[in-house]
Write a protein that binds this ligand. Structure first.
Ligand code: A3P
Length: 356
């Protein structure tokens, strides 16, 4: 149970004290439409359906359809967007801590008693549970999150030109993170997904929320067209220079740190509060759950929090293959991702021995 915390004025964590039981009104009128969509079961127990060109997890699909039709963005909404397993949880914590930094002392902050996903709601699931009214009830400015690829975003987000912060990550680490997460979701009776199988599905773009490359590229291009509205971040760059990243985030969000705040170490406080070690160590993030019916405890969002764990899971050949795909897919865009597999894994492993 979350600790008793002061109620936020704005933005408000969605479920400050009590975990709500799912509303029994799933948007079920899409059932026929959904059952006719191509199905993929390789990441079971989560099945995905191909919707508007992307593989979308079936449980959130009704919510996404509902959201596309009914979500009304507000001009001052801030959207935290990502391909899953790219650092969403961290970015949620950072944006939330930056925006609420004058509302709460850092030793009595909502992030100490609530998971970042409770502070910044995941719209896809909120809609899928029929709880969209909770988003409507949030005071402005709202910070909201979805994993939707750019073309699938509700029109009002695009037409209002809301600010968007997108985080991406080396696809090799995204895959490893996804593999662990999906295996934790597998029921006790299910065998873990072999890494080679996960690798294949990932390369084919058959993954929850589709091809990582298409996802990233759409937001990258949008950030090039409208840099004042779309901030494009890399997980590895935040890790490498959190100070610069947090300053950049605050500037983009329209709440830059004052010289006094900088002098008083407020930026460092934000970084410390949102650090992997700090968040992972909190009781709510060890044993808490996002929803009573969600199969995983919150610790599944805090595994290793490093760049380069792919070295422990794939052979140099696999890494090279993924880097080659990344290079091909991003060719001509001006964006680079990963791309150190050949030299780094050769240096570390010494040869081409596959670990799997
Ligand atoms: P690993 O599985 O590689 O450890 P998402 O939030 O998009 O689901 O991404 C999850 C990944 O972000 C996990 O990566 C997780 O450990 C990492 N992560 C979560 N919180 C973090 C933090 N505060 N700092 C750095 N990494 C974090």
């Amino acid at each position: 149970m979350a600790a008793q915390l002061p109620l936020c004025n704005s933005p408000t964590p969605m479920e400050p004290q009590e975990k709500k039981v799912a509303d029994p009104r799933p948007p079920s009128n899409y059932a026929d439409l959904i059952s006719a969509l191509p199905l993929e079961e390789g990441w079971a127990p989560v099945r995905t359906r191909k919707f508007q060109g992307f593989w979308i997890p079936e449980p959130v699909l009704p919510g996404i359809m509902d959201m596309q039709q009914n979500f009304k963005a507000r001009p001052d909404d801030l959207f935290v967007l990502s391909y899953p397993k790219s650092g969403t949880t961290w970015l949620k914590a950072l944006t939330y801590a930056i925006m609420t930094r004058t509302q709460y002392p850092f030793d009595h902050h909502p992030l100490l008693g609530q998971n970042p996903h409770d502070c910044v709601p995941f719209m896809d699931r909120t809609y899928a549970k029929g709880q969209a009214s909770e988003l409507d009830a949030m005071p402005s400015p709202r910070i909201l999150n979805t994993h939707l690829p750019y073309p699938l975003l509700p029109d009002s987000i695009k037409s209002l030109c809301c600010k968007v912060i997108y985080v991406c990550r080396d696809p090799k680490d995204v895959l490893v993170s996804r593999w662990y997460f999906s295996n934790r979701m597998r029921l006790q009776s299910m065998e873990p997904i072999p890494f080679t199988k996960a690798f294949e599905m990932f390369c084919e773009g058959s993954c929850p929320y589709g091809s990582v490359w298409e996802h990233v590229l759409e937001y990258w291009e949008e950030s090039q067209r409208r840099p004042e509205k779309v901030l494009f971040l890399k997980y590895e760059e935040i890790l490498e220079d959190p100070l610069r990243s947090v300053l950049r985030l605050a500037e983009f969000m329209g709440c830059p740190f004052s010289p006094e705040e900088e002098k008083e170490g407020v930026v460092e406080e934000v970084i410390k509060l949102c650090s992997f070690d700090k968040l992972k160590s909190l009781e709510v993030n060890k044993t808490g759950k996002l929803h009573p019916d969600f199969p995983l405890t919150n610790d599944s969002y805090f595994r290793k929090g490093e760049a380069g764990d792919w070295r422990n899971h794939m052979s140099p050949e696999m890494a090279r293959k993924l880097d080659r795909i990344t290079e091909q897919k991003l060719e001509g865009s001006g964006l680079t991702l990963g791309g150190v597999a050949v030299e780094a894994s050769a240096a570390i492993n010494g040869d081409d021995q596959a670990l799997f």
